[in-house]
Design a protein around this ligand. Structure first.
Ligand SMILES: *Cc1c(COP(=O)(O)O)cnc(C)c1O
Length: 465
């Protein structure tokens, strides 16, 4: 990560964590289009309020309260369509529902021609209730219950991704008892673990997901699946990591998956028709991140698989991918109201917001980096080094670890953290009995609540003691 010189003026620059922050942007009012949803702009007038989907954030805060996740529907649809178009008719794009799932999102995906990954009964129920055709749903998970498997097969899901030897038998048994033959893929671990700019090709398979390629276990799983009447084995699945920018991990993974396809052909005389390379494609959380375009990714993955198959003299299987973060991540920001501001001399200024680790656990959980901006007005005050923290009883309750905000920031100002569309609402909790924020979709000058704010009534409804 680069670290540029600091423009004159930032306070507390001496305590900047080495290699972690590249200094304040020349203009704190600027909104980097890499990290903000597509329709986000700052009004050119003196007040400089930020608008999204044609609505300014002060109006959004008045209408819907804070904190709130604000989701740019046009941006979501465009990103979904870009993935769909990039991969074309001979491949499938499965949106990973765990990144963020709601009925509105399911309908958008359906309309834009994407398929959907779910990994629990709850996600399956959401998808089906919003009208996603079951044959466009893939069911994942390392510990699907028999009742979840039964519901998935009864509904007619397009594929179940088998994750263990026990599950091979379990799914076959349920399918057979329902008089069905269920299309399945087998998820394997290829010994590649990728994250951002690096991958480890010799990672040992010490994880809960998948069946290791090593030691012939994946080949044995294939042998068993092919023998069971309840199963129609359609392909092999591999998912290597998250927030990946560098395609070389996929290259090694594809090489190993195709190697298995070749072994299957040699042993059983079958060429499996599908290969799924999983998700994990990275987005820009800060200006330091440079994600690749879907078109670029599609071209690279297709080339890799085609080349590997040509050299193994296999027909190129139908490719599928499972982006979650890369579609929804950049389309939303979290809108907070500033509360207490606590300057710590010689250190930094702690800026408390009305949410925190309950609406964004990623900073505490993964040491994730985010950026932040004052959005209710423009300011030309001197930058101050800030840490944006939540309202929870926990010192690790940090939303943005290191950020510059205008030195005249005051309680009541609205600030927003961009790129919170993925793994924020979906991982939100009720810690401290803080109510989970709504998701507000904006488009063409209109705002619509697609997931409403939790109420104290909601909390108390569950508490039946
Ligand atoms: C988490 C996950 C994804 C999506 O990951 P992103 O980083 O959101 O793209 C896709 N496939 C599988 C199997 C996953 O576990």
């Amino acid at each position: 990560m680069s670290r540029s010189a600091h423009p004159a003026g930032p306070r507390h620059a001496d305590v900047l964590p080495e290699g972690h922050y590249s200094g304040p942007a020349a203009d704190l009012n600027a909104l980097d289009p890499k990290v903000w949803a597509q329709t986000v702009t700052r009004d050119a007038d003196a007040n400089g309020v930020v608008t999204v989907g044609g609505i300014d954030v002060k109006t959004l805060a008045e209408r819907h309260g804070t904190p709130a996740y604000v989701l740019d529907e046009a941006d979501f649809r465009e990103r979904a369509r870009a993935w769909r178009t990039a991969f074309g008719p001979d491949a499938d794009v499965f949106y990973a529902g765990k990144a963020f799932l709601s009925r509105a999102v399911v309908r958008w995906l359906h309309e834009e021609g994407l398929n959907l990954d779910v990994c629990s009964g709850g996600e399956l129920a959401t998808a089906l209730s919003a009208g996603m055709p079951a044959d466009r749903i893939a069911f994942h998970g390392n510990n699907k219950s028999v009742s979840e498997i039964t519901r998935a097969i009864e509904a007619g899901v397009g594929r179940i991704v088998l994750d263990s030897f026990q599950e091979i038998v379990r799914v076959a048994h349920v399918a057979q008892s329902l008089g069905k033959r269920q299309p399945v893929q087998i998820r394997i671990t290829v010994g590649v673990e990728a994250h951002t700019h690096e991958f480890i090709a010799t990672a040992h398979e010490d994880q809960k997901f998948g069946i290791p390629l090593a030691g012939g276990q994946a080949a044995e799983a294939v042998r068993r699946a092919l023998q069971l009447d309840g199963l129609e084995l359609i392909g092999i699945h591999s998912h290597i990591g998250s927030q990946i920018f560098d395609m070389s991990g996929f290259e090694v993974a594809a090489h190993r998956v195709v190697g298995l396809l070749k072994d299957i052909r040699d042993e059983h005389g079958v060429e499996l028709p599908e290969i799924d390379l999983g998700g994990g494609l990275g987005i820009a959380y800060t200006s330091d991140d440079d994600p690749r375009e879907p078109h670029d990714i599609a071209k690279a993955l297709t080339e890799i698989v085609t080349r590997e198959c040509d050299s193994a003299r296999l027909r190129t299987p139908r490719i599928s991918v499972e982006p979650g973060r890369a579609i929804v991540g950049p389309t939303a920001f979290t809108l907070y109201e500033v509360g207490t501001i606590k300057p710590l001399d010689g250190l930094r200024t702690y800026v408390s917001v009305d949410g925190g680790m309950s609406d964004n656990i990623r900073t505490a959980l993964y040491d994730a980096e985010y950026s932040v901006a004052l959005v209710s007005r423009r300011s030309d005050a001197e930058p101050m080094l800030a840490r944006v923290v939540g309202k929870h009883c926990e010192s690790g309750d940090i939303v943005v670890k290191d950020a510059f905000l205008p030195g005249d920031l005051a309680p009541g100002d609205l600030i927003a953290v961009p790129a919170t569309g993925a793994y924020c609402r979906s991982m939100a909790s009720n810690y401290n009995h803080v109510l989970r924020p709504p998701v507000v979709a904006v488009k063409d000058g209109e705002s619509r609540v697609i997931v409403r704010r939790e109420t104290e009534e909601d909390l108390l409804r569950l508490d039946v003691g």
